[in-house]
Structures are given as C-alpha cells and as structure tokens.
Write a protein that binds this ligand. Structure first.
Ligand code: SF4
Ligand code: SF4
Ligand code: FES
Length: 256
C-alpha cells in the first residue's frame, strides 16, 4: 500500500505540479567544480512572469535566484547569433523564442547539442569558427595586392544583390550545424550547413573573383558530401533560411 502511494506520488504529475507555477529546468556544468553536469529546476509563479522571451526569463532567474548561471547574449534582437541554445528540444535563439506559461508549464534549456561545453549554456565554438576561417570569408578581388584597388568601391547591380537574399541573413548562430546528425559525428571533416551556406554566399557574390578556388576547396568528398539531406538544419534556422537546399546547389556546382 505504501509503495503504491509512493509510486503514485512520484509518477503522477498532478501531485507536484501546481498550475500556479511553471518550471524552468536548466542544464548546468562548471569546469571548476569536480561535479557531473546537473539540472537546476526553478519553479516560478505564473502570475509573476507574463509572456516572455526565453532570454528575458534567463535574466529573470539570473538576477533573482542564481547569479552563477552562464549564457551568451549580446544584441537581444536576433542579430548577433550569440544566444543560440536548445530550448524544449529545438535549437533556437533565446532572444527570439517566446515562452508563455499559459500554454506550457515546463521549459527545458540545454546548450547546443553535440558541442563541447565551456560552462552551463555556453558551447565552445572554436571548431565552428576555424571551419569558417577555412572558407576565406572575405571578398577576394585581385590576385596581387593593389593599393589603388583597395580605395575603389566594389559596385554591384540590383539583380546581383538579389542573388544574395536568403544567404546574407545568416548570423552564424550554429543552430543548424548543431542540429545536423552528420555534423555531430563528423564535425572535424564535414563543414556543416552554416559554413556551407556561407561558402555559397561568397560564390554567389558577383564582386568576388575566387569562385574556382572556393569550389576546389569543396572538392574534398567529406567537406560537403556528408550531408544526407535530412533537413534538420532548415527546420531549426531561426532566420528561416534553407541551408539544406543550398547544400544541394553546392553539390551540383562542385559535381559531388
Ligand atoms: S543558416 Fe540559420 S541556423 Fe544556420 S547559422 Fe545561419 S542563421 Fe543560424
Ligand atoms: S540536410 Fe545536410 S546539413 Fe542539413 S541536417 Fe541534414 S545532413 Fe545536416
Ligand atoms: S542575443 Fe543576439 S541573437 Fe540573441
């Protein structure tokens, strides 16, 4: 009888979930403590917190309950890409993700999946940015450095500029790459959707004169061919871009 009661208490939500509260569960890990990762659960009164962005909620918790919670953010406008994290199972930007306790009592926040963790919700993006550097993310004009050229404006027609729509909006938040199973298992070889989308952007830029080398760089089978068209990347992109489609274009251009 006692066991039955205990089981009911443990497994029936209604025993401990009170609708006047909602619960925020946050992944924690501190490299300076010899502890395994753990979760903190913060019960918050629904009436105290109205409809909020997840980033505001994190600030609320940090300011009121635990100042040691660590996360990245800068612009709070979906522009810098630094507040990317896994929110209720989906990679998103905390500053663009709405949470309304009226519709859900639970919010679980993890760092981006399959990334090394520096602390709490902060991932180590060194590999991601090293890969970005490999694609030479700058305008390449003349082979030799020309002092006069650098003073000239590189003009572009309106039509050429339109070719960059759906590409230039990428803020390198890494939500797409961190949701890609191929990138999880081959992060050291496969470039991942974000970096491939950036490569395509430079290929499409009419002002850039290095297309041949940029395509040659992709002609290493693993850098691009590890994409299997699962399209997780497109599903999560907070800027509504379509990296999966871009990778198909790239495969066509580089004949992989
Ligand atoms: S394609 Fe989208 S999800 Fe990927 S890095 Fe760019 S903005 Fe972020
Ligand atoms: S479409 Fe390609 S890049 Fe996007 S999630 Fe799938 S395997 Fe990864
Ligand atoms: S804080 Fe800049 S994108 Fe969220």
């Amino acid at each position: 009888m006692f066991l039955q009661k205990t089981e009911k208490y443990l497994f029936d939500d209604s025993y401990y979930v009170n609708s006047t509260f909602f619960y925020v569960r946050i992944y924690r890990w501190n490299p300076y403590l010899s502890l395994k990762p753990w979760f903190n659960i913060f019960p918050l009164k629904s009436k105290d917190v109205k409809q909020l962005m997840v980033l505001d909620l994190l600030f609320h918790i940090k300011n009121k309950y635990d100042s040691t919670i660590t996360f990245r953010r800068s612009c709070r406008e979906g522009i810098c890409g630094s507040c990317s994290m896994n929110i209720n199972g989906i990679n998103s930007l905390a500053c663009l993700k709405n949470f309304d306790p009226k519709f859900s009592q639970f919010l679980t926040i993890y760092p981006l999946p399959h990334m090394l963790i520096l602390k709490d919700l902060i991932c180590d993006l060194t590999n991601f940015y090293n890969q970005y550097r490999l694609i030479k993310p700058w305008l390449i004009r003349e082979k030799k450095y020309d002092k006069n050229q650098i003073k000239k404006e590189n003009l572009q027609s309106k039509i050429d500029r339109f070719a960059l729509d759906g590409l230039y909006e990428c803020i390198l938040c890494a939500c797409c790459s961190a949701s890609c199973p191929s990138y999880w298992w081959n992060y050291d070889k496969y470039l991942g959707p974000a970096i491939l989308l950036q490569t395509y952007k430079w290929l499409m830029d009419s002002r850039d004169l290095d297309s041949k080398n940029r395509l040659n760089f992709l002609n290493n089978t693993l850098r691009i061919s590890k994409c299997h068209g699962i399209t997780n990347c497109t599903k999560v992109c907070p800027k509504n871009l379509n990296p999966a489609q871009i990778i198909n274009f790239l495969k066509y251009f580089s004949k992989i």
